[in-house]
Design a protein around this ligand. Sequence first.
Ligand SMILES: [Ca+2]
Ligand SMILES: [Ca+2]
Length: 82
Amino acid sequence: MAVKEIRISIEDFNNDKVPEVLLEFYDKKKELEFSTSVSASKKKGVYDKVDVKGDADGDGDFDPADDKKFIRLAAAAAEMLK
Ligand SMILES: [Ca+2]
Ligand SMILES: [Ca+2]
């Protein structure tokens, strides 16, 4: 049984024809713990902007290393889900 779960979906939230990637993190009780979305703000397909800052690596801070992890996950998912 999964301890934590990440649900990944793509949707064009701001109607600019470029999909955003929604990342939803669930805890072991299956309750939504945190969600954020990643967008391609400058160039289509190049994900570079994290909507809600979060602690992706669990080290207690919100820094560029966290953004990078969200962006990498979103970029990979966007290629698989299109
Ligand atoms: Ca969009
Ligand atoms: Ca962190």
